[in-house]
Design a protein around this ligand. Structure first.
Ligand code: ZN
Ligand code: ZN
Ligand code: ZN
Length: 117
C-alpha cells in the first residue's frame, strides 16, 4: 500500500523542482541584460563597464574620421557627415531680423547682416 504513494510523491517532487530551475535561468538572463547599462551610440552594443565602452568608442572614432564641427559626432563616411549636418542646418538658431534667412553660427549671421546695410 505504501509503495505506490511514495512513488507518486516522488514524481510530484520532481515536477515541482523543475519550475524553480527554469525561473533561475530566466532570472539569470534578465540580470545579464540589466548589468549592461553602457550602450554604444553607434552600434548599440551594450557593456557592463564604462571603461569597456570607452575603449569600444575609441575604436569607432578611429573608424570614423569625419567629425561634425558643431556637435563633435563622428562618421565613417563624408556622406554620413553631410547628411547629419543637414539636421543642424534645419535647426538653424540664428535668425536674421532683416529678412527670413537663418544661420547655424552667429558669425555667419553677422557676415550676412552686413549685406543689409
Ligand atoms: Zn559601437
Ligand atoms: Zn553635428
Ligand atoms: Zn537678412
Amino acid at each position: 500500500m505504501d509503495a505506490p504513494v511514495q512513488e507518486y510523491d516522488y514524481a510530484m517532487n520532481v515536477k515541482v523542482e523543475e519550475f524553480p530551475i527554469q525561473e533561475e535561468i530566466k532570472q539569470e538572463q534578465e540580470t545579464k541584460t540589466k548589468y549592461l547599462p553602457y550602450k554604444c551610440i553607434y552600434c548599440e552594443t551594450c557593456f557592463a563597464e564604462k571603461n569597456s565602452l570607452v575603449i569600444h568608442l575609441e575604436k569607432h572614432n578611429r573608424e570614423k574620421p569625419y567629425q561634425c564641427n558643431l556637435c563633435r559626432k563622428c562618421f565613417a563616411k563624408n556622406v554620413y557627415l553631410l547628411q547629419h549636418q543637414r539636421t543642424h542646418i534645419e535647426n538653424k538658431p540664428y535668425k536674421c531680423s532683416g529678412c527670413d534667412k537663418s544661420f547655424l553660427q552667429k558669425v555667419d549671421l553677422m557676415v550676412h547682416k552686413r549685406t543689409h546695410t
